[in-house]
Ligand binder design. Structure first.
Ligand code: SME
Length: 152
């Protein structure tokens, strides 16, 4: 079901009350994929010390369950403290392949009380699938999820 980003944010806010942080984050990942099919793989990495650990996700299992800060698109987002919007992962030297078919990736950091607590990561097989509009949308998602991810 394609949905406006605004509607999805409202649905995510409604989905949090009454759920455990783990369950609410898992439901949020499923909602993102259901409402916006270009989020073909979408998941949360939780920052613990200098390692990103895979949390709730939707899509094929990945080998990258622990990513050191500074490695790959995910680890670079943390070391540079900036979101990443990658149009074609084949141009990224540092890229950690989740699957050979992935072409674009977006990573938006989760900030809580002035600290990075994790990130939202999404992959798509189409090149250029993610825009600045997706980044703005995922910043909104991050505001909802960061306090929950801080409890995982
Ligand atoms: N591609 C990411 C690794 C995570 S998987 O895609 C789910 C990276 O380069 O950090």
């Amino acid at each position: 079901m394609a949905c406006s980003y605004e509607q999805t944010l409202a649905d995510l806010r409604d989905a949090v009350p009454g759920r455990s942080p783990e369950e609410a984050v898992q439901v949020a990942m499923q909602t993102l994929q259901d409402h916006h099919p270009h989020y073909q793989w979408v998941g949360i990495y939780v920052l613990r010390g200098d390692v990103l650990e895979l949390g709730p996700f939707v899509g094929k299992p990945t080998d990258h369950v622990r990513i050191p800060v500074g490695r790959g698109v995910c680890g670079t987002a943390v070391s540079e403290r900036t979101n990443q919007v990658i149009q074609d992962v084949r141009a990224v030297e540092n890229y950690l392949a989740c699957s050979d078919t992935v072409r674009s990736e977006i990573v938006v950091l989760l900030w809580h009380e002035g600290q990075i607590v994790g990130q939202i990561d999404s992959d798509c097989d189409d090149p250029g699938a993610f825009s600045l509009e997706d980044e703005t949308f995922l910043r909104g998602v991050a505001e909802i999820l960061a306090p929950l991810v801080a409890q995982l």
